[in-house]
Structure formats: structure tokens, C-alpha cells
Ligand binder design. Structure first.
Ligand SMILES: [Zn+2]
Length: 368
């Protein structure tokens, strides 16, 4: 009897160690969600109003990220994205370059060198600062055409979002000598299947896919963006990228949480956060099946200086309050799930996220 009890205790101990240990194991895949402009109040407002329990706020590991840039206490999305994508602080408006304009290798570029697959899914333009930070190197975030051109270099095997006009040849070339650069043709030559709507994107059988979903930014949810878009595009990306046995890195951006903060619009904040959470649920489902996938959900900065003045969880009501129209300097939350997640507990600089990713995914990040 006693021996059975001992065996039972040992089994129980092993199980406990295995489950708690998983947070300390190394992942092969990373799915990174960036809620642009998403602070703690944005998340809590969505939690209060959400009909069902949200996915990422239930992640077992939580922490905070300090977001200041090299030249500003309040970062913009360019320097914020650069910090996460390259592990170095730069000046606002700069894309994956040091303040002196030297190029910084990005997480996606390092992943490609390691034989992993990579992808980007966003709800704004693919040329916007956050996605740009993972694939491009530009001294100014507003160099949209140049940023579009960087996608030809192939740092992302799959990318989907808005901003089609920056990839297409300018049609108003009024007899100028310079032929405008058609980036779409360059992408085709590089083996990308170019798709222009969600259905053709998700049904593409290509190993490299570009999804150019709208001419400019994609519409916000309340302007008619398909509420299935982000989750379905994320599912397609995972389906494609996970075929690589060496693993993958996928960055999904809830881009328009930031717009909602700039507009000081509580309802829009909530809808855009819940939209991203639906995509996180897709990722978690995959991570649970796969067992080697780390999910990290964070933000590049907070927008709106949002607070919550009042609320009623029973009635699913919340009254948001905003202190500014721009970005604030507060720390942003980090939520982590899966192998390696324990690394993201506590307070870290945003640059540490990158270094943690490199360590956990064994990416070679040797700098001069
Ligand atoms: Zn912003």
C-alpha cells in the first residue's frame, strides 16, 4: 500500500513539474501579437464589456514593458516597433535603424537566416510603422513606397494587410522620365502569389503569399472591416508557416486600437481589442495542439492616456476617460503563454522582448 502511495506521489510530482516546467522550456515557434497603442485600461475595458472570457488576459504569465524611445519618453510606433523587432532603442520615426542610420537586423530576418518561416498579419497598411519595423530599414516611417519595396527582399514569407497603393505603379505618371517602380511585379518575380481579397488569400496554395486587402489602410471595424478577417488571416498564416519543421515567427498587429485611442473612443477601443483577441484564440488553439509555440501579446506604446472613470461589469458597461490625444509614456502590459513564457514576467524594457525571443528561439544575434 505504502509503495503504491509513493509511486502515486512521485507521478503527481512529475506531472506538476512537467506542467510548471513547460513555461521554462524552449519554443520552436513564436506568435507575437502587438496591440498598437494598447494599455492596461484598453484591455480592462474590453474585459469588462466582453460577453465571453477573453483569451489573452487569461494567460498565466504577465508583465510590463517600458516603451520610451531613444529620443522621447513617449515613443511612436516606429521606434516602438524597432525596439521589439531589433532589440535597440532608436529615435521616433525611424524604422529598424540606429539613430545614426546604421541598419539593425530584425527578428524576421534573423529567423529567415535560421531557416524558419515568417509572416505578418495586420489591420492597417503593411507599410505602417509596426509591420515595417520587422521587414524594412528606413530613416523615416513615411517612406511608404520604399517600405513596400523592402517586402521583395523576403523577410516575410506571407504578409497581409492594407496599403496596396504603395505596391502598385503610380498611374498618374504624366510623361515623367522615371518609370515608377511596380513592386507587385517584383513580388511576383520573387515567387509571391498576390491576392486582393480575403477569400483568395486564405485559399492560396502558394508557399509565399502577399495579401493586399485595400488601397490604403483597411477599414476600421465600425467602418465595415470583416470581423472575421484578423482571425481567418491569422489561421491561414499559422497553417502555412507551421509546415516548416524548423519553426516560424508570426507577427499579428491589432493596428487600429491605436486609432481608437487617438480618437478617445472607448467603444472603438473595446471592439478593436476584442477583434485582436479573436485572433489570439486561434493562435492559442494551435499552440495547445502544437506544444512548441510561444504566444506573446503586448503593445508598442499606450495611446490616449486612457483610464476608466466608472463601469458596471453586471451590465457590461464601462466609462473610459482619456487624458491626451497622442501617445503616453506609461508601461504597457505583456501576456505570455506556452514554452518560454516565464521569461516575460516582471518589468522589462521593450528591447528585452527581442533578446528573449532570440535566446528562446536560438536565433543568432551577433552584433558588431
Ligand atoms: Zn499612434
Amino acid at each position: 500500500m505504502r509503495i503504491f502511495m509513493k509511486i502515486g506521489t512521485a507521478c503527481l510530482l512529475m506531472l506538476t513539474l512537467m506542467s510548471s516546467g513547460s513555461a521554462r522550456h524552449k519554443p520552436v515557434n513564436l506568435i507575437l501579437f502587438i496591440g498598437d497603442g494598447m494599455g492596461v485600461s484598453h484591455v480592462y475595458a474590453a474585459m469588462t464589456v466582453s460577453e465571453n472570457d477573453m483569451t489573452f488576459p487569461s494567460f498565466p504569465v504577465t508583465g510590463f514593458s517600458k516603451t520610451h524611445s531613444a529620443n522621447s519618453y513617449s515613443t511612436d510606433s516606429a521606434a516602438g516597433g524597432t525596439a521589439i523587432a531589433t532589440g535597440e532603442k532608436t529615435n521616433n520615426r525611424m524604422i529598424s535603424m540606429r539613430p545614426d542610420s546604421t541598419i539593425l537586423p530584425t527578428l524576421m530576418e534573423l529567423a529567415k537566416s535560421a531557416g524558419k518561416s515568417t509572416g505578418i498579419v495586420c489591420t492597417s497598411s503593411l507599410t505602417d510603422a509596426t509591420p515595417a519595423s520587422f521587414v524594412a530599414h528606413e530613416p523615416l516611417r513615411y517612406n511608404y513606397r520604399e517600405i513596400a519595396g523592402w517586402y521583395i527582399a523576403g523577410a516575410a514569407d506571407l504578409f497581409v494587410g492594407g496599403g496596396r497603393k504603395y505596391f502598385e505603379a503610380e498611374t498618374d505618371a504624366g510623361g515623367g522620365a522615371d518609370k515608377p517602380r511596380d513592386i507587385v511585379s517584383g513580388l511576383s518575380e520573387a515567387g509571391y502569389d498576390i491576392t486582393y481579397d480575403l477569400e483568395s488569400f486564405v485559399s492560396s496554395g502558394s508557399e509565399r503569399i502577399a495579401g493586399l486587402m485595400s488601397a490604403g489602410d483597411m477599414p476600421r471595424l465600425h467602418e465595415g472591416r470583416d470581423p472575421q478577417y484578423l482571425a481567418r488571416a491569422t489561421a491561414k498564416a499559422i497553417d502555412l508557416l507551421s509546415r516548416n519543421r524548423r519553426g516560424f515567427i508570426l507577427m499579428v498587429e491589432g493596428s487600429e486600437i491605436d486609432d481608437a485611442g487617438h480618437s478617445n473612443d472607448t467603444k472603438m477601443v473595446i471592439n478593436e481589442v476584442l477583434d485582436m483577441d479573436r485572433a489570439v484564440a486561434v493562435a492559442r488553439e494551435f499552440a495547445d495542439r502544437n506544444g512548441k509555440t510561444l504566444i506573446v501579446v503586448t503593445a508598442d506604446h499606450e495611446t490616449g492616456g486612457m483610464s476608466i472613470a466608472d463601469g458596471n461589469p453586471g451590465k457590461r458597461e464601462v466609462t473610459g476617460a482619456f487624458s491626451i490625444k497622442g501617445h503616453s509614456g506609461v508601461m504597457v502590459p505583456v501576456f505570455a503563454y506556452g514554452p518560454g513564457s516565464i521569461q516575460f514576467t516582471g518589468i522589462q524594457d521593450n528591447t528585452e522582448l527581442f533578446h528573449d525571443f532570440c535566446r528562446l528561439l536560438s536565433l543568432n544575434n551577433k552584433r558588431r
